[in-house]
Design a protein around this ligand. Structure first.
Ligand code: SAM
Length: 379
């Protein structure tokens, strides 16, 4: 057996036991939480590489995959992502009179490194909150040069100040699956059948936030954990701002009648598939973000929504392209191709969005990233 199949078999056994303990059925959110975060075994808790630009190379002869990454995020793609975001963070630190940054889900530590290098003395303390202890160790190694400033927190303090950041964190938070079948709504969960995971539906009072037109069969997600996370931030952040970057859409688009298969996706070796029940622990499981739900959760809890736009527009507003024109050697060309991927509409520029909040009861200000093309009215 390869290391990865031992991992999957062991994790499967843990998850099967959890389903059994829950009476033979577990909501998809509980299943996703174990598949991603079960200590040592879940996708984010095991020691596979995960982030990077290149998939694994098949080993000669046996065709088995070893090492290699599964997907690329913006800070992994180009250091210009963090350098550009740093301009927004600098403005936010100044506007809110703070010198602290909080990053949720820091992955390999790439964004933290880019921000700390760019912001220098403007940041006195950089705190990372990440569920994965394996990733916390990688971050510690990568950020050794900034060791005096970087701290890790396993839970949020009652009161916090600073600029809060999360790149592709909301999409990694477990979602509930809902299925409309023959006009009736069910919560879609996971059961065991002949030793394998299988979907099983249970009648529910839960509904998507918007009525989905039509009577056709329809599968979608609701994001109770991500919205709870925003409410917690609203409660604890006494001064500062929050910037969240991720893929997703406003709810009119999210719950469009034609999006009848939902948005849950898996990523492994830079390929996407739609079967989270297979090969648990070996691939990432994600769902797109409903940005209307995130905005409403924040607003209802007292946060001020400061802006919402596409990642492309946000980064251009923050000056992504400034200074990129100098020199036309091969290295700078390759670098510019990566930068373009961050903003091109058919790559990360349009599907990825940025939403920002200001702390409860604090003066409203206009972040640089929304200076042109703010789409708050679309939420
Ligand atoms: C898709 S990765 C993104 C990593 C990194 N931000 C990047 O852009 O490369 C998701 C990250 O979020 C972390 N994560 C998920 N849920 C979290 C939560 N509730 N609190 C903190 N970190 C979380 C995961 O452990 C992982 O590091």
């Amino acid at each position: 057996m390869t290391n990865s199949s031992i991992l999957t078999t062991t994790l499967q056994a843990v998850m099967a036991k959890a389903i059994d303990a829950a009476g033979g059925w577990q909501g998809f959110d509980a299943f996703m939480a174990l598949a991603l975060y079960q200590p040592d075994l879940g996708y984010y808790a095991n020691d596979s590489q995960k982030f990077g630009r290149m998939p694994a190379v098949a080993r000669m002869g046996d065709g088995a995959q070893g090492g290699g990454s599964d997907f690329v995020t913006a800070p992994e793609l180009s250091p210009h992502f963090g350098r550009t975001l740093a301009r927004q963070v600098a403005q936010a630190l100044q506007a809110s009179g703070t010198d602290e940054v909080w990053e949720f889900g820091a992955g390999s530590g790439a964004l933290a490194q880019q921000l700390l290098d760019a912001l220098g003395g403007q940041v006195a303390r950089y705190t990372i909150v990440d569920l994965s202890s394996v990733l916390r160790e990688r971050q510690r190694t990568r950020l050794a040069a900034h060791a005096g400033k970087v701290h890790w927190a396993s839970e949020l303090p009652d009161r916090m100040r600073g600029v809060v950041l999360g790149n592709e964190v909301l999409d990694a938070m477990p979602v509930k699956l809902l299925a409309r079948l023959n006009g009736a709504w069910y919560e879609r969960g996971v059961a065991m059948h002949e030793g394998r995971f299988t979907y099983a539906d249970s009648p529910t009072e839960l509904r998507p936030p918007l009525e989905v037109a039509g009577m056709h069969d329809y599968v979608t997600e609701i994001h109770l954990q991500a919205e709870g996370f925003i409410r917690t931030l609203a409660d604890r952040l006494e001064s500062g701002a929050v910037f969240l970057l991720d893929y997703g859409f406003p709810e009119q688009e999210y719950y469009h009648p034609q999006r009848s298969m939902g948005t849950v996706m898996c990523h492994r070796a830079h390929l996407a598939d739609a079967d989270p029940l297979a090969d648990v622990g070996e691939k990432d499981i994600t769902a797109h973000v409903n940005f209307t739900g995130i905005a409403l959760a924040g607003q209802d809890a007292g946060l001020e929504v400061l802006g919402y736009t596409s990642q492309g527009r946000f980064l251009l507003n923050c000056g992504l392209l400034e200074g990129l024109d100098s020199g036309i050697d091969a290295a700078s060309l390759a670098r510019r191709v990566m930068v373009q991927k961050l903003v091109n509409e058919h790559e990360m520029g349009e599907l990825f969005k940025v939403i920002a909040f200001g702390a409860k009861g604090r003066p409203v200000w206009k972040p640089l990233g929304f200076s042109a093309g703010d789409r708050l009215h679309t939420l």
